[in-house]
Design a protein around this ligand. Structure first.
Ligand SMILES: Nc1nc2c(ncn2[C@@H]2O[C@H](COP(=O)(O)OP(=O)(O)O)[C@@H](O)[C@H]2O)c(=O)[nH]1
Ligand SMILES: [Mg+2]
Length: 234
């Protein structure tokens, strides 16, 4: 039986990862599978077409914009966002959807939960992981009244289509996930995490440049601050 859920592939020049993972994405279990593409020119779009996956364009680039396009075009109750760049383990796709079925409002594949691992494990300084965990700590302090969320930033996540619409997100680029996590916390939504193993990028390059993306996360923190525990009712 297919799930009332869609796999949303987020792509911007991910031909290598997509070729590697195409057989491992559980397309048959889901009612809908589609891609939102940020303007790939490396053959990603052609490969998606060959796989029979519809490709939707976005009016301007950015993952945040892609999330909203996905909410517009999906016909299912639930959405699982999967980025086929090699970092995310496709065997977690169904597990994330299951967390929603079990009652979570937001399901996040966590790179920092007990039993999880992230790309930088084994490195000495782990700068990216530390900055990630710093932003997560602040979000928990400012906005969370529920159990500690260990990864507020990872893009590998699932939620109901209607919940995404309700959050009225505004972020255009990478920190869309941070805004979603924060707004879910503000509303006291049930956030469930799944420990995941972050794998190495398959090919191509990360579009997530540390400094600009870090700055964008700070901006999200500032814009969401009026809804924090400091300003809101306690
Ligand atoms: N649809 C869409 N996908 C994007 C865009 N920017 C990045 N992505 C995809 O989002 C995923 C994560 O991006 P990546 O650069 O790997 O970030 P990192 O994993 O944080 O290093 C990849 O699958 C990218 O192809 C965009 O503007 N639109
Ligand atoms: Mg990646």
């Amino acid at each position: 039986m297919t799930r009332d859920s869609a796999i949303v592939l987020l792509t911007l020049d991910e031909i290598t990862g997509l070729e590697l993972l195409r057989g491992a994405i559980p397309v048959d279990s889901f009612a809908q599978v589609f891609a939102v593409d940020g303007g790939s020119t490396d053959g990603t779009r052609e490969l998606l077409a060959e796989m029979g996956v519809p490709v939707y364009d976005q009016p301007i680039p950015g993952r945040g914009v892609a999330f909203r396009v996905a909410a517009d075009v999906a016909r299912t109750e639930r959405l699982v966002f999967f980025s086929p760049d090699g970092n995310e383990d496709p065997s977690d796709i169904i597990r994330l959807d299951d967390l929603l079925v079990q009652g979570a409002d937001l399901a996040i594949a966590s790179r920092f939960a007990a039993g999880a691992s992230n790309e930088e494990d084994g490195h000495f300084l782990r700068p990216r992981a530390r900055v990630n965990q710093g932003f997560t700590w602040i979000a928990n302090k400012l906005f969370n009244r529920g159990p500690y969320v260990t990864d507020t930033i990872n893009g590998f996540r699932a939620m109901r289509r209607q919940a995404l619409v309700e959050l009225q997100t505004t972020v255009k680029r990478f920190p869309i996930e941070y805004q979603i996590s924060i707004r879910a916390m503000q509303r006291g939504w049930r956030i469930a995490e799944l420990p995941t193993n972050e794998l190495p990028r398959a090919g191509g390059e990360s579009k997530c440049l540390s400094w600009p993306v870090g700055k964008d996360h700070l901006k999200v923190l500032l814009t969401e601050l009026p809804g924090s525990r400091w300003f809101g009712e306690r």
